[in-house]
Write a protein that binds this ligand. Structure first.
Ligand code: ZN
Length: 177
């Protein structure tokens, strides 16, 4: 029987699975293909443009993404080159309502596997490069909090405290000072 899926399947900040290092995938079988399908479903429903395994509680090196109606899956991704600098107001489905301006490399080269088990290299720029860096972080247990400036982190944690106490749930944007 099909399991009902909702955006609430997304693990949020505070869940320890988001802090674990995902393990490398060595076998591509039907269950992995099913996992990728489920990840797309959760991502589209959220909605988001990228989703990594740990965000639905799966500690495996897989992420899915879709920019411009081009759904893709990457397994075992490694960033092999990066260059330039680019500022972007980054968000995360696991840290809802918080957008943080961050400086990261503008261009990167990612190496990984496709769902067919073929090695693939993708050159990415700007938003796609940012998405890849964000998802690879998830597979290493790294969250936006770790990339923030000390001032942004202080504001973000204070905002989370306010939310835990039942205050505002309006999205906030933290500028790069
Ligand atoms: Zn995220």
């Amino acid at each position: 029987m099909a399991r009902r899926i909702s955006a609430t399947d997304i693990r949020v900040y505070g869940d320890p699975v988001l802090r674990t290092e995902a393990s490398r995938i060595t076998d591509i079988d039907d269950s992995l293909i099913g996992l990728a399908e489920r990840m797309f479903e959760v991502m589209y429903r959220a909605p988001g443009i990228g989703l990594a395994g740990p965000q639905i509680g799966v500690e495996r090196q897989i992420f899915v993404y879709d920019l411009d109606d081009d759904p893709q899956v990457i397994l075992n991704p490694v960033i092999v080159e990066s260059s330039g600098e680019w500022v972007y107001d980054e968000g995360c489905l696991s840290i809802p309502g918080l957008f943080v301006e961050m400086l990261r490399p503008k261009q990167i080269l990612v190496r990984g596997w496709t769902l067919a088990g073929e090695e693939v290299e993708v050159e990415a720029d700007e938003l796609l490069a940012r998405l890849f860096q964000h998802e690879v972080d998830h597979l290493n247990g790294v969250l936006m909090f770790d990339r923030m400036t000390p001032d942004q982190r202080e504001s973000a944690l204070a905002e989370y405290q306010r939310r835990a106490e039942g205050a505002s749930v309006e999205p906030i944007h933290l500028k790069l000072a």
